[in-house]
Design a protein around this ligand. Structure first.
Ligand code: 13P
Ligand code: SF4
Length: 394
């Protein structure tokens, strides 16, 4: 039996969100233009009016981590997998306003036609996890794997939470995209194609899925650190590994700790612990149920009235679930507040601005993926969408 020790946090250069310009990263770029004040009493009525005026030309997608003030206007809400499917299924919509984060809007642009505009209401809505892997680092890692003579037997799988360039790399090198609702199926597919998987950028989703769903041992997983020469791994370690996990994590889900699960169980006897697979392995091991945001919603909806749940995922979603299910006791796993700051950047004033401009014929904050990148990223996304049995169940 192998013991697991958590690697030290990856050092990340900090860039203030909404300031500075760095279009090559998810980390935040300037958001131009004047926004209406948050206190404007007409915001809701205005957004309703713009939406009505735009009619079927407009389709609004909302990720489950979005604020209620935004979610109320979404035509469809979902996890990242469902939103990708929905974007692909709306060829009639001229404008797709994506209330989510940058990598999701990029995927929507890749999956839609050239004459459909995907709009991200705040360009600074990036993802710190996606920023933990850039394409140059990934190309370097692939060189390291090739020099160890392992490129032909290694299949790259990238989590949806990655740049379009990394998705394209994956498509070009025989791999696929996955989301938290189909990571198991993606890994099963990958092990049918090769002997090991390069999984990026979320080490936790990769480890949790490999060990818990595929029955691999923790010793089959090694962590590739892009900040160390050769990833900090010897060619032998790479060769013997089944899962080469990128050293990245979600800054929201990475906060949940195993002792918080113990404390919740002490505090609420009989409580069910339900967490997202981006949580650390030690947290997931102590939980009763694990799954994507869509799975979490379904599980709570189907739970017995009177049952008690403590949920480890983003706070906007947990709070909404608590309000929607007053017949069940639903509480949050973290001791301190834990919103995803980048998801939260999309607020009512930003949505208002996007729709007001669209209604007056101006498209701002359009997300456009380069054609060649989009072509290969689409290969990787289509491989995911074609996997047998993928869906919003776990
Ligand atoms: P899912 O939407 O796949 O559950 O992922 C959660 C998340 O962190 C999205 O950024
Ligand atoms: Fe990225 Fe985590 Fe926020 Fe999702 S919840 S957008 S993975 S930082």
């Amino acid at each position: 039996m192998t013991t697991f020790s958590e690697p030290q946090p990856t050092p990340l250069a900090l860039l203030l969100l909404g300031h500075d310009a760095d279009p090559d990263t998810e980390r935040g770029v300037e958001c131009p233009g004047e926004l209406p004040p948050v206190s404007d009493p007409d915001l809701i009525a205005d957004v309703r009016r713009f939406k009505e005026a735009l009619g079927d030309r407009l389709f609004i997608l909302g990720h489950h981590y979005q604020r209620d003030e935004v979610i109320q206007f979404a035509d469809v809400t979902g996890d990242s997998f469902k939103l990708a499917q929905q974007a692909a299924a709306r060829p009639e919509a001229e404008f797709i306003v994506f209330c989510g984060v940058h990598f999701m809007a990029e995927s929507a642009d890749i999956l839609t036609a050239d004459d459909q505009a995907v709009i991200l209401p705040d360009l600074a809505a990036g993802c710190s996890m996606a920023d933990m892997a850039d394409i140059a680092q990934v190309e370097d890692a692939w060189r390291v794997i090739a020099e160890a003579g392992l490129a032909d037997s290694t299949i790259p799988i990238t989590y949806m939470n990655s740049t379009a360039a990394i998705k394209a790399f994956t498509g070009r090198n025989g791999g696929a995209v996955c989301t938290s609702s189909n990571a198991r199926q993606s890994l099963e597919w990958a092990f049918g194609e090769g002997e090991r998987v390069l999984f990026l950028p979320d080490q936790h989703l990769g480890r949790n899925t490999a060990v818990r769903d595929l029955g691999l041992d923790l010793s089959d997983c090694v962590v590739y650190d892009p900040h160390r020469p050769g990833g900090g791994l010897s060619p032998e370690a790479l060769r013997d590994a089944k899962m080469v996990l990128w050293r990245g994590h979600c800054s929201v889900h990475g906060r949940f700790m195993p002792d918080e699960v113990d404390e919740a169980r002490r505090r609420i006897p009989g409580v069910n612990v339900l967490v997202h697979p981006e949580c650390r392995y030690e947290v997931v091991e102590k939980a009763d149920r694990v799954g994507s945001t869509e799975y979490i919603i379904k599980t709570i909806a189907e739970a017995e009235p009177g049952s008690a749940w403590v949920v480890g995922t983003e706070l906007n979603l947990v709070r909404r679930l608590a309000l929607q299910h007053p017949d069940k006791s639903i509480s949050f796993l973290d001791r301190s507040v834990c919103f995803c700051s980048t998801m939260n950047r999309i607020d009512l004033p930003h949505l208002h601005r996007s729709l007001e401009l669209l209604a007056s014929g101006t498209v701002e904050n359009r997300i456009v993926v380069d054609d060649e990148v989009a072509r290969w990223a689409r290969v990787a996304l289509d491989r995911m969408l074609a996997l047998p049995g993928v869906g919003a169940k776990d």
